[in-house]
Design a protein around this ligand. Sequence first.
Ligand code: DP6
Length: 326
Amino acid sequence: MANEFLVARAFSPTNIALAKYWGKRDLNLNLPQNGSLSVTLDGLGSTTQVEFSSQTNEDHFFLNGVEQFAPSALKKVKTVLDILRSRKGISLRARVESQNNFPTGAGLASSASGLSALTLAASAALNLNLSKENLSEIARFGSGSACRSFLGGYVEWKKGEKPDGTDSVAKSVADEKHWPLSVMIIVINEKSKLYPSTDAMELTRETSPYFASWVEFAESQIPHIRKSIIERDFKSLAQLSEENCIKMHASAMAASPPFLYWAPQTLEVMKRVWSLRQKGYRLFFTIDAGPNVVIFSDDPQWDKIQLEFKDFDTIKSRIGEGAKIL
Ligand code: DP6
């Protein structure tokens, strides 16, 4: 096979979970303890090129132009490449170049967009012709949240029941046109990488006395969150999402040693959201493994709401489409 045919590029958006994945039931297969549900963000994500070549004996991974040597990042990339190499029956190593189009330091889930873009580009480079479900399952091995970025709109990652994890894949709840919510990321510039999510969720599972009740709560909430999306019930989605977010963080805060993702400004933004809601505005927040807050709204007065946060750096987005080959 000629070398030039083994190159492809893909773009994959990041996604933000309204019902969070926090805790693994199988570390090797990267299977979650509970289902999760996210929205795909329009335009914010990773563009990744993968080239398999006989010219190199090692996989190389460049992020925003800089070669990465951190074992945790390389392990995720190699996990995905190894699965795809074995499907194709080749052993060629790859050069992976990935660019994030959101500011580094914005604390957005770059592993979700990065690992899904990598999976799509590498499978295209190898001409594997995989379905979105197959791609989702493979990306999950690299990073759990990445399995949700192949679809647009509102996406559920089924926990799955099978021990081999083949049913732990992402499914569409509704596409991006179903309910075009506005999205604004409030960027709170604290070091967001203090507690990488892979290690932090494992510490929570091993040591937090609240972990079991978090899992039970999170799993029981999924059908309600799904229903509020299908029915476009904003009040219900607002309450369910904020409760899910705060309970996830509470389980993490109770780990040993305890850790906290929130900064003082995180609380300031949460309280501002609640006070605006009391005044009748339609908005709610969620927070991932970092201090930044993501705000969602379906309010006709969205412009006015945005002005209430003009003292922060913000990134505007909306609900968008899933990953695509470029
Ligand atoms: C808080 O998907 O980054 O964003 O599977 O270990 O790579 P790994 O974890 P990752 O965790 C995401 C955690 C979260 C919640 C979510 O996206 O559901």
